[in-house]
Ligand binder design. Sequence first.
Ligand SMILES: C[S@@+](CC[C@H](N)C(=O)[O-])C[C@H]1O[C@@H](n2cnc3c(N)ncnc32)[C@H](O)[C@@H]1O
Length: 239
Amino acid sequence: MDTQQSKAKEEAAVDAELAKAIMARCFHPSLIGTEAWEGYVFSDMEIRIKESTDLYGAVLWPSATVLCHFLETNRDKHNLTDQNVIELGAGTGLVSVVSSLLGAKVTSTDLPEVLGNLKCNVMRNTKDRCKYIPLVTELIWGPEVEQRFPRATHCFDYILAADVVYAHPYLEELMDTFDHLCQENTQILWAMRFRLERENCFVDRFRERFQVEELYDLPSLSIKLYRAWRKDKKTKDQR
Ligand SMILES: C[S@@+](CC[C@H](N)C(=O)[O-])C[C@H]1O[C@@H](n2cnc3c(N)ncnc32)[C@H](O)[C@@H]1O
C-alpha cells in the first residue's frame, strides 16, 4: 500500500469512528407516548428535542449533533463558560441547549415561525440546569441584524451555526449577518452539510471574507465543521 492509500485509509477510519461517536449521542424513547421526541446525551444530561415535520427549522439536522459533539469534547480550547454566544438558524435548539449546559450566555435565533417550538425545546431542557437562562429571539438574516444586534451594544464571543447553508434564497443575507456579528474577538463555529455545488460556492466566498480553519471533515455524513474569524483581526489564540 502506498503512502496516499494508507493516508486515505487512516482518514476513513477517523471519519468512521468520529461519526459513530457523534451518532451515539442520539437515542429514541423506549415507550411511545403522546408526544414525539428524540433524545440526546450531552454534558451527562438527557436532552429531549421535539420536532415537527412541516418546516425545515422544526427538524433536527445531523450538523447540529456534530457541532454539539465538538463543543462538548473541546472544552479545553473552547470553554463556553460565561461566553456570549449567538446561534443562527437554531431550528429545534439542540446547539443552544448544549451551549447553555456548557455555561454560555446564549441568544438563540431563528425565523418567527420556528420560535414557538424552539423556545419550548430550549426552555424545558435548560430550566434549573444552567448558569444563564438562554434568550430565544427572532432574527431574520439580512439588514434587520443591525437593528436587533447593534455592534456597539452586542458583542459575541462565538457565533454558532449548523446547517444554515442550503438551497434557500438568503445566502447573501446570511453572509452579511455573519459579517455584522463577527467582531474582533468573535469566533464562528459552523457545521456545514454539503449537498449541492451552490454550497461549495458559499464556502469559497466565505473564505474570501473570513480566515477559515477546518476542524472536522466527515465524508460519511457529508459534513464539515469550520472555525472562522475576521481576516483583518486576530482572535485571542492567534495573538
Ligand atoms: C436546515 S435548518 C437547520 C436547523 C438547525 N440549525 C439544525 O441543524 O438542526 C436551517 C435553519 O435556518 C433557518 N433559516 C432559514 N432561512 C432563514 C433566514 N432567512 N433567516 C433566519 N433563519 C433562517 C430555518 O428556519 C432553520 O431553522
